[in-house]
Write a protein that binds this ligand. Sequence first.
Ligand SMILES: [Fe+2]
Ligand SMILES: [Fe+2]
Length: 201
Amino acid sequence: MKKIFIIIIGAALAVVTTAQANVSPQTLDNLNAAFQGESNAAHRYLAFAQKADTEGYTYVARLFRAAAKAEGIHRDTHKQAILELGGKIKNFQLDAVMAGTTGENLQTAIKGESYERDTMYPEFMALAKKEGAKPAIRTLLYAQKAEAEHAKLYQDALANLGKNADRPLYVCKVCGYTVTQLPANNCASCREPISNYERID
Ligand SMILES: [Fe+2]
Ligand SMILES: [Fe+2]
């Protein structure tokens, strides 16, 4: 009986080890690249928010702060996924931020979000799915869905710059999804209750 128990435990450990071994170094590198990208985006958007405040664009400043909050959540969920998959967080330094006018900053933000939505996250996701790396799939999906919303919100803000309605913004603390209106019950992205949403001022 004892022998069978040891064999079962051994087999379970082998499955766990195999699951981690199946995650390629490329997926861990991808998650590290995403971790660095989100860290830089959070940093950049806070500087852009300050600039928007200086220029008197109250709503746009709030939007940059909300997106910064969301990117900080993705930074943290990417980090957690790397550690869950047995990887290491690579050291890096934040890029220096060159803030332009708010119009230029919105264009920079739209470019960054569109690249992440259309190119970076789909590529990373395809490999993570092939490898069945669930922690990677979850965090990449959270980010990809939120970046798509950010791109829309930034495009709308740029199109209406100078006449933006002063709307509230809410960020899901689980997945970083960013909205101007709270959903009825659950987050449209991660499906967790709306009690996880934080209002950004
Ligand atoms: Fe974003
Ligand atoms: Fe969510």
